[in-house]
Design a protein around this ligand. Structure first.
Ligand SMILES: Cc1ncc(C[n+]2csc(CCOP(=O)(O)OP(=O)(O)O)c2C)c(N)n1
Length: 376
């Protein structure tokens, strides 16, 4: 295992001191270490991974030095366009070090949404003609690999990737977690909304612990899972999925359970929702100001006015609420909305240590969910 601080020191030795990216659980310790040791303007927690490639490009244009971009391998898809049409040798030829968490590595047990991406990660890098190495265990070997990467970036002016296996980094506890104190935790807020929704309503929930908590709650209430579509992968796309359903199923309410990180990742989705204006679309954003599911690194939600953004994108009714009574009052008001509505619920960061994972398969979830939509 590598010490996060030793790896960071090594990167600095090679003059890599700018970072941009989206957090990942395999890189959680390292990104926590960056959050504590690198000033905000040199560690941009980007809205999505493609955006991080663009930030590193700007940094290179401004300094002549390669920066580093960190991501989970599921974010590679978000990067393909800027990697092929911006950083690529045949376009602007921009060097940068990609630090990629390798979820779903073949032979390593992982969740279903990671298995395909894990299997195709090396092939994707090969197709992108990006050379890569697997991050070694020892600091000495890492020094050698970094030397190769830095020499390649200097000579060829192109991205070089490091693949990071599960368990590669020693634990590092993020010191500078922003404390957000609100009356409810996400799980408690989910419970309030689930007890409010009607049997004919459906929920599309976002990636990470939101879907896991929703699944467990339905188990505990013995309600089954037929009314929930758990978006276990595809971070940031839950609202567009919910939009697609809302437009085709106008007689039922479609709730989207979003996280602030996921909401920000593909915020452009709001513009389609605002434009198409489905009255039955109910967007709930559990805002803990962090990527809690992958280590609690901050998002930029502390400087956003989420209801105002939704309103300016064409939503009809937009609120914020922090207590149970307020939430219920706002949910009542959303019933009378004449267009899409949004409720932001600022919550205290945190979740249960014994939180499980959905016991159904994604395919099983889809079939059950589609069958439930046929009824009404
Ligand atoms: C494209 C992509 N990038 C990164 C990830 C890793 N990831 C999974 S959940 C998550 C955090 C989501 O944060 P937020 O939406 O705020 O929800 P929270 O975990 O705080 O409840 C991240 C970054 C991913 N699954 N997909």
């Amino acid at each position: 295992m590598l010490s996060c601080t030793a790896f960071l020191d090594l990167l600095r030795e090679y003059d890599i001191d700018f970072f941009a990216g989206v957090p990942d659980s395999l890189l959680g310790s390292f990104i926590g270490c960056l959050t504590d040791h690198i000033p905000e303007e040199n560690n941009i927690i980007a809205c999505n991974e493609g955006n991080a490639i663009a930030c590193a490009t700007g940094y290179y244009l401004g300094t002549g030095k390669p920066g580093a971009v960190y991501m989970q391998n599921s974010g590679l898809g978000n990067c393909i366009n800027p990697l092929t049409s911006l950083a690529d040798k045949e376009v602007y030829s921009i060097p940068m070090l990609l630090i990629i968490g390798w979820r779903g590595e073949p032979g390593v047990k992982d969740e279903p949404q990671h298995s395909k991406q894990g299997r195709v990660t090396c092939g994707m890098l090969d197709n992108l003609e990006i050379p890569y190495s697997i991050l070694p265990d020892s600091i000495e070997e890492t020094r050698q690999i970094l030397k190769t990467a830095v020499q390649y970036m200097a000579k060829d002016n192109c991205p070089y990737a490091l693949l990071v296996r599960k368990g590669a980094f020693e634990a590092y506890a993020l010191q500078s977690k922003k404390a957000t104190y609100y009356p409810l935790k996400r799980e408690e807020a989910i419970k309030i909304i689930v007890s409010y929704v009607k049997e004919t309503d459906v929920i599309v929930s976002t990636t990470g612990k939101t879907s896991r908590e929703l699944f467990e709650l339905r188990e505990r209430l013995e309600q089954g899972h037929a009314h929930d579509f758990l978006t276990v992968g595809s971070m940031g796309h839950a609202s567009a999925i919910a939009l697609g359903i809302a437009l085709q199923q106008p007689r039922r309410n479609v709730y989207c359970f979003d996280g602030d990180g996921a909401f920000i990742m593909h915020m452009g989705s709001l513009t389609s929702i605002g434009k198409l204006h489905p009255t039955n679309f109910r967007h709930i954003v559990f805002n803990n100001f962090a990527h809690e599911s992958v280590g609690g690194q901050p998002t930029v939600a502390d400087v956003l006015d989420i209801p105002a953004i939704a309103k300016a994108s064409g939503y009809e009714t937009c609120f914020s609420a922090t207590t149970e009574a307020e939430i219920k009052e706002r949910l009542d008001a959303m019933q009378n909305a004449v267009g899409p509505s949004l409720l932001e619920i600022p919550v205290t960061i945190g979740s249960r240590g014994d939180l499980g994972r959905p016991g159904n398969t994604p395919e099983g979830n889809k079939i059950e969910f589609m069958n439930s939509l046929k009824q009404m």
